[in-house]
Design a protein around this ligand. Sequence first.
Ligand SMILES: NC(=O)C1=CN([C@@H]2O[C@H](COP(=O)(O)OP(=O)(O)OC[C@H]3O[C@@H](n4cnc5c(N)ncnc54)[C@H](O)[C@@H]3O)[C@@H](O)[C@H]2O)C=CC1
Ligand SMILES: O=C(O)[C@@H]1CCC=N1
Length: 270
Amino acid sequence: MDKRIAFLGAGSLAEAILSGIIKSEVVAKENIYVTNKSNRERLIYIENHYHVQCSTDKETVFRNADIIILASKPKDAVESITSIKPYLNEKQLIISTIAGLSTEKMEQLLDIQIPVVRTMPNTSALIGHSATALSAGKYVEAEHLLQTDQLFQTVGMTKLVVEKDMHAITAVSGSGPAFIYYFVEAMEKAAMEFGLDRQTAKDLITQTVIGAGNMLKQSGETPAVLRKNITSPGGTTEAGIADLDRHNFEEMIFSCIRQARDRSIQLGEK
Ligand SMILES: NC(=O)C1=CN([C@@H]2O[C@H](COP(=O)(O)OP(=O)(O)OC[C@H]3O[C@@H](n4cnc5c(N)ncnc54)[C@H](O)[C@@H]3O)[C@@H](O)[C@H]2O)C=CC1
Ligand SMILES: O=C(O)[C@@H]1CCC=N1
């Protein structure tokens, strides 16, 4: 891709995305620019590690950029977007990763007819396994979606969605990895409580999650069927699932996803 890409924000998500883009060589390192709010050490780390162009001067970073990736926190969104406004034009493409913030709000903030694609990746981008949803703002044309898709394919799978679904998606696949890690943390603690050493617990549980994920993807079966295939009458799985049911597992997960979705809505309204 013969484009110049500029990152607004150099945090964990920006690093995950830029590392995928660099590994895939879809854009040359010389054409990737990164800035953040004020953490120079972080920029030095990014520059030394990825050999991209880091600068604290926003004009240098954004004036000649073709594609701008917004990767600041929702609380910093207004300030950070406002700070680059003088260097934007309608020929550029804005790709936002900011949770909650609608393309309509961003278009209002930017105040020019600039294409905005909203995305929701996750941190598995770091190893090329993100699940990234994309939705289009008012001024987006097919080529903008194609370019965004091409970039995010370098860090995993992508899915084009309607924007109204973005809050639920943020809960399910944006925050989703954290919920799965929390489940794994609890499982590891239980395993150690019952006598396994940390490394054995970690190795077995990690492979169990990978195996279950691949089964979900490759077997063509629903999770309910896969679960039932493991659950022998009167067996260990049945005993464990009955306990999850007694603790209203499904209701708990429903409530967790609802809270995360509602928070995404609130972040967008603020
Ligand atoms: N971490 C995750 O799993 C995911 C995060 N997101 C979204 O990605 C965005 C970034 O998240 P993280 O990387 O986790 O945050 P982070 O806190 O690690 O990084 C935020 C970056 O924004 C920069 N920043 C803040 N104000 C700025 C300003 N005025 N000018 C320039 N840079 C500024 C900070 O210096 C920092 O480099 C958030 O909006 C989040 O909602 C989306 C999907 C997953
Ligand atoms: O917690 C957050 O705000 C971000 C959005 C999706 C994942 N992490």
